[in-house]
Design a binder for this molecule. Sequence first.
Ligand code: PLP
Length: 497
Amino acid sequence: MSFSVSSSYEKLRSIVDITPNDALPSPAALLKAANSLPTTIPSKGLGEAATEAHLLSDIVPGFNGPKTSSNYYGFVTGGVLPIAEVADNIVTAFDQNVSVHLPDQSISTVVEDKASSMLAELLDLSAGWNGRVFTTGATGSNILGLACGREAVISNRLRDAGITDSVGELGVLTACMKAGVKEVQVLTTMCHSSLYKAASVVGLGRVSVKELPFSSDEPWRMDIGMLESELQRSEKGVVSIISISAGEVNSGLFAVNELELMQKIRRLADRYGAWLHVDAAFGFFARALPDTDEFKALRSKGLGIELADSITGDCHKMLNVPYDCGFFFTRSVDILNSVFQNPNAAYLAADPSSIPSPLNIGLENSRRFRALPVYAVLLAYGRDHFAEVFARQVRLARRVAKFLHESKGYELLPKSALSPEAVFRGTHIIVIFRARDDTINAELVKRINATRKMCVSGTKWDGKPACRIAVSTWRVDVERDSNLVQEVLKSVLKEKE
Ligand SMILES: *Cc1c(COP(=O)(O)O)cnc(C)c1O
């Protein structure tokens, strides 16, 4: 697809001193930026023109390239599609506060609702997912997920005890005491670190998060037997929220990768009164890949996400809209209302049949119109173009995985009993690996990033350092980028130790 809108990034690039395709700024640019900062607030301002010049010539060259370089593989950051940037500039220019649904005053809540319903269509969610909120990101969405889970699982017990008040009303402590709940646990495998943060924020505590690994070889997979025995603790006053990692941030692998297993987990959740949450920040988008043999195995891993009670997703990753933009889906608006209602503001009361006011179903009151870039990209590029963008990302990741598997100097992780072909067919957008030589491996990330041609992030796997490539930008060109990645990876092995 060719683009007809010119983004301000293209304009800025023509006037600022950056090497457009570098994934990282030079140390000199970083130093220059740091030295350009004022020591204190000026009593008389610099004025707008001088400040703009400072921003462009000092600060901007000190930025990294996750959104602008094709070869930034450090985190799952995505890029910014041209129309998304145009929309985001419109958001700033018109500064709508998408807080209360006031359709005779602004179309913004209606557009936001349309954006989230089109997003649900892109991700193949059937009708009925009426609780839809744009958040600041997957961390925000995981907080919503655990807050809703907490609300539901404790309220079930309150109702059993004949109490109609909600947790939102009573607070966790009182609600648990009245309901005879002794413990709330979050059952997961290799979850994103933000789930621990979410557990702390919603008052469950980081220790409530429990890992249920299938085996030491496949720690990302959920052990369904262990899950059931944890859920059986419900007899002793323990209530549970299940959080499925789809996929895991280091490897891209899914905790549950078959529809039948997901159905089984759904039945267990129903039997034991647990809430089923899926953190599908980027894995969700596997469902929007082309429906062809090439992606069949991968698409099937995303099956069953729709059986959840709530789902976390990110738009600022693979959907390539600017920060910050995540989403949260749940079937029930009531549960969101129960947690997030902004009470005692009669003028805010909404007609239940209409679009709910965002301030009653999410964390913030005043909110940025972050849905507009989502609306714009879905409208501008459509389902087919996104399928093609996602396909290119996966193809690049698979090429890199194949190169690593065949190279003598590197080891593709995790070690797998599957055939290489099956491994490649299951590869999504993340590739994790290490250098076979321990000395090189210890400084592999540093060596790769020192080239500035691409950026990767370091992590640990099996307790040893590992390196991770995450492909998430729309700028992917499979041939060009796989050549560059291979060149860099070959060159860093040859460096003198
Ligand atoms: C990125 C990510 C998060 C955190 O998302 P933010 O957008 O950075 O808040 C949570 N879970 C998973 C699986 C992720 O990939």
